[in-house]
Structure formats: structure tokens, C-alpha cells
Design a protein around this ligand. Structure first.
Ligand SMILES: C[S@@+](CC[C@H](N)C(=O)[O-])C[C@H]1O[C@@H](n2cnc3c(N)ncnc32)[C@H](O)[C@@H]1O
Length: 248
């Protein structure tokens, strides 16, 4: 590991403990109108929720259409319970919200804004049990360990369980560049390398290498890549067709 990377990793504790990245600042002055999630985040006086500022409008964009509906959402990583409370306020009382965390202390938040179950995101049986209890899942938000092999283990189990038209969101993917999280720049096994393979998989009809990610094969409608966040749109993908219409 280069000395620069080791210094970064050593300084990284959790979201924003890196020199050069603003951390825990006040609400930035925004030239545009704020979004609903931004308002809920900045006005939060309940349990701590910890998010990078640039994620907030992304949540609005993807979660906004599910507001007020009985959406089933699973968040990996409960921590201090603040994000579950935020999703409850944003999505409304009809949402079926579950959070999972490996830390037994998070059980204290069970039954507050959401149901909380204790276990590892890398445990397939645990994940299947939670989704069965939820009655299925429409949205997964992975804000758990940020270790690439854990992210992949969760995706392998959970993505096939996401409903048609649902979303699979993974955040804090900057950790994919850090060795202690199983990452590294273009390092095989880093979850961002998996995402790059998904781009090839989406285009599998135009090359002869086939699809390499079984969990998403044939059911990946779109991949949205943001700084440190990826949003996968689950849909059954039909072979592309094209037509010519109009006068020659
Ligand atoms: C980044 S925090 C979650 C923050 C929370 N979502 C928020 O926005 O405030 C990450 C959480 O993932 C949990 N975690 C770490 N490894 C895990 C694993 N293997 N399975 C499930 N949760 C894990 C940690 O205990 C920690 O509470």
C-alpha cells in the first residue's frame, strides 16, 4: 500500500474523517431550492444521522416517487438509528422499514421508526429471513460495513429478491479504493470493479463474453454512478428491438 493511501486509510474512521474533506459543517448555502431530504436532514433534532451532503438530493430523486406508498425498504447499517427515522419521516407511515446491523446495541432502535434486526450483511440466511419477514423488498440501501466482499455478498442474495421496478442503492463506495475495505484502485474484488463489470453485462448482447454477475443478470435496467454512490434499477430486460418509421 502506498504511503498516501495508508495515511488516508489511517485517517478514515467513518464518513468524512479524511483530511481535505469537510466534515460536520453547517448547512451549506445553496443557490437552488433545497430538497425534502435536505430539509429533513438539516432540521433533524432526533437521533444522529450521518450523510455526505451530496447524497441528499440523490435520495430525493430515487426515493421521492415512493413517498406515501407502502414501499418495503431495507437499510443495511442502522448505527444510531437516525437514518431510519429520516426515512420514516420522508416515506411516511405506510412504508415497511427494516434496518439491519451487526452491532447488538442497534436492537435498542427496534420498533421506533423501523424494525431492526441484528446480524451480518454477509450472512445469506439472515438476509433471506429478514426479507421474508418484510414480505419482500422494493428498495435496499447498503450503508453497512463498506467492505467490498460484504457489499457483494449482500447484493448476491438481496438483488434477486428486490421487486421488479425496485432499487438497489449502495453508498460510501469511496471505500472501494482502500485496501482495508477490500479495495484498491482498479483492484479485482473492489465493488466498483463489480459495477464496471455490470456495465459490460448490460451490453452482453454486443460482445461474446456473456454476463458475469449472476445476481443482476437479465434484470439490470440501469446503473447510476455518483461520487461514492451507485443506484441499480431492477427490471427485466428484454432483447433490444429497433425500427425505422417515416418516409425515406
Ligand atoms: C455507516 S454506519 C450506518 C449509518 C446510518 N445508516 C446513518 O445514515 O446514520 C454503518 C453501520 O454498519 C454496521 N455494520 C458494519 N459491518 C456490518 C455487517 N457486516 N453487517 C451489518 N451491519 C454492519 C455498523 O455497525 C454501523 O452501525
Amino acid at each position: 500500500m502506498s504511503s498516501v493511501v495508508s495515511k488516508l486509510v489511517a485517517r478514515y474512521r467513518y464518513k468524512g474523517g479524511i483530511a481535505g474533506f469537510a466534515h460536520d459543517g453547517d448547512r451549506p448555502a445553496s443557490p437552488s431550492a433545497s430538497t425534502a431530504v435536505e430539509d429533513l436532514f438539516w432540521e433533524n433534532e432526533g437521533p444522529v444521522v450521518h450523510k455526505w451532503h451530496h447524497y441528499l438530493p440523490i435520495y430525493d430523486r430515487y426515493l421521492g416517487p415512493w413517498r406515501g406508498r407502502p414501499v418495503r425498504m431495507l437499510e443495511i447499517g442502522v448505527s444510531r438509528g437516525g437514518s431510519m427515522a429520516l426515512w420514516r419521516k420522508f416515506l411516511g407511515p405506510e412504508a415497511v422499514l427494516f434496518g439491519i446491523d451487526i452491532d447488538p446495541a442497534c436492537a435498542a432502535f427496534d420498533g421506533q421508526a423501523a424494525q431492526v434486526r441484528i446480524g451480518s450483511q454477509a450472512d445469506p440466511e439472515f438476509l433471506r429471513k429478514v426479507v421474508a419477514e418484510m414480505g419482500g423488498v422494493d428498495i435496499v440501501l447498503d450503508d453497512g460495513s463498506h467492505v467490498s466482499r460484504h457489499i457483494r455478498a449482500s447484493l448476491d442474495v438481496l438483488y434477486p429478491l428486490v421487486s421488479e421496478g425496485g432499487l438497489y442503492m449502495i453508498e460510501d463506495l469511496h471505500a472501494c479504493y482502500w485496501r482495508s475495505y477490500g479495495g484498491g484502485y482498479r483492484r479485482p474484488g473492489s465493488f466498483l470493479e463489480t459495477v464496471k463489470t455490470m456495465i459490460d453485462d448490460i451490453h452482453h448482447r454486443y460482445h461474446d463474453q456473456g454476463e458475469h454477475i449472476p445476481a443482476t443478470a437479465g434484470h439490470l435496467g440501469a446503473i447510476h454512478v455518483y461520487d461514492s454512490m451507485v443506484v441499480l434499477e431492477k427490471m427485466t430486460v428484454s432483447p433490444p428491438r429497433h425500427s425505422r418509421r417515416g418516409r425515406e
